[in-house]
Design a protein around this ligand. Structure first.
Ligand code: GLY
Ligand code: MN
Ligand code: MN
Length: 458
């Protein structure tokens, strides 16, 4: 599963060929929850993981312009004090770290030597947003990498190599198993927390972590709903958006929505079928050269068609899509890049998600689209359309007023009153050179009959 050391060396050499000044990649550290000895779990910066191998805290990897990936590279790590052995056990030796990262054994030094390294002050850095790492970068005189330098990294990380794809498949497989456990744990009278426990057990058993805080909710209209305290009631939908992160940092992201009782109401089933069709058409369009924003708009049109059939909107689907009428129901973007981050490289703002010269559309709904590139083989993205009945949106006259002529408000209000919630279906896919994409999460059923049976079988 681990990436071969030689692959790390080759990545550094490729980056070094484009560098004008040294680049320092900081791994970061686990911030304290309440006091220093009680930290959050450590999450290494994804760019460090891509070029530097195993995650270790407070490490810095220097890459000189023109380096062959070994000579001209140096890994700085915290000195291992005897006390560390008491609290942390046998932390990896310099030799082991260097070996795993494809570096000569003598290229590992302690962090106190970084500031005195020749040209350290002229180096740029990529630093995760933790106070300790930022302070260290400042003390060492490092400047933040500029956009040209970040784009060198983006160009490499955008398309996954075979080692990365293997890890992505693993993250997807573990996530699928966790989602299946969540479906099977669903039963009227149980709580969201019971579903969360079943899902988390699978992740832990595979030595994975959640790739983000799992969303497990009967309030699916709240896109990032937190907490698991609601009791599952017959007639409700439960939405589970979760994924796994492997020990090497690769992630998956998938969403399923199913009826608590294992039976769909007519309107639930119709809107599920609408989202499902939008997703199928969007996935079929995920081929090299297609602009992701156009695929988003394609999914939006299918959703408008379904909303017209459900008598929630009226008019022509193409015109409704152009007026962004769908954003009252499908209020977020179709998907995002995924890899070592669940929203890959979003720490670089829109540099990764948006092709040079492209910017976000400003309108409500559209502005949440995180990806507008032409797809390329090896890119991994999510496809996650949804339909939501969110009271917070329908209370806003500035959002609803301009579309009042095409909305069937009494029918919307009836669904809001019965707390319809939301439906999302999300897959993680990898763009292939030929044919449609590889759907990494394909083994998780999304057929409405199959998910209902799984949920109802508990
Ligand atoms: N819930 C995060 C995502 O699906 O992007
Ligand atoms: Mn998700
Ligand atoms: Mn997602």
């Amino acid at each position: 599963m681990a990436c071969p050391p030689e692959a790390y060396r080759q990545r550094r050499a490729r980056l070094a060929a484009g560098l004008r000044r040294p680049m320092v990649l900081l791994s970061g550290n686990a911030p304290a929850r309440d006091y220093a000895a009680n930290p959050y779990p450590f999450l290494a910066s994804s760019t460090y993981l891509y070029f530097g191998g195993p995650p270790i805290e407070n490490a810095a990897l220097v890459i000189e312009p023109g380096s062959d990936g070994d000579e001209g590279c140096e890994l700085f790590r915290q000195a291992r004090e005897p006390d560390d052995l008491v609290w942390l056990g046998n932390v990896p030796s310099d030799e082991r770290l260097a070996g795993a990262a494809g570096l000569g054994a003598h290229r590992v030094a302690t962090t106190d030597r970084l500031a005195s390294r020749p040209a350290a002050g002229a180096a740029c850095c990529i630093c995760p947003p933790f106070p300790e790492a930022l302070r260290w970068a400042l003390e060492a005189g490092l400047q933040q990498a500029d956009n040209d330098e970040l784009l060198l990294v983006v160009d490499m990380r955008l398309c996954k190599d075979d080692h990365e794809l293997e890890a992505m498949r693993r993250a997807a497989d573990v996530g699928v198993e966790a989602q299946l456990a969540a479906m099977r744990a669903t039963q009227p009278g149980r709580r969201e927390a019971d579903v969360a426990a079943a899902l988390t057990e699978v992740l832990v058993a595979h030595e994975c972590t959640p790739s983000f805080t799992p969303i497990i909710t009967t309030a699916g209209e709240v896109l990032h709903a937190t907490g698991y305290s609601s009791v599952l009631k017959p007639g409700q939908l439960v939405l589970v958006d979760a994924g796994a992160e492997t020990p090497t940092g690769y992630t998956s992201d998938m969403t399923r929505t199913w009826p608590v009782s294992g039976e769909w109401s007519d309107v639930q089933r119709h809107l599920y079928d609408t989202v499902w069709r939008a997703q199928a058409e969007a996935i079929a369009a995920c081929v090299p050269g297609r602009r992701f924003r156009d695929i988003h708009d394609l999914a939006a049109k299918v959703i408008c068609e379904g909303l017209i059939e459900a008598e929630l909107l009226r008019g022509d689907p193409a015109e409704l899509t152009q007026r962004y009428a769908h954003t009252l129901f499908f209020c977020h973007g179709l998907g995002h890049l995924i890899g070592l981050d669940v929203h890959d490289m979003e720490d670089f703002g829109d540099l990764a998600g948006y092709a040079p010269g492209r910017t976000r559309r400003p309108e409500f709904g559209n502005k949440f689209l995180r990806l507008d590139r032409d797809l390329e083989p090896g890119m991994c993205v999510t496809i996650e359309p949804g339909v939501y009945l969110n009271p917070a949106i329908w209370a806003r006259d500035d959002l609803v007023g301009p579309l009042a002529d095409v909305v069937n408000r009494p029918k919307v209000d009836a669904l809001l009153k019965e707390r319809f919630g939301g439906i999302r279906i999300e897959e993680t896919v990898c763009i292939l050179q030929h044919g449609g994409p590889e759907i990494l999460t394909e083994t998780l059923p999304n057929d409405p009959d199959a998910v209902a049976v799984l949920a109802g079988a508990a």
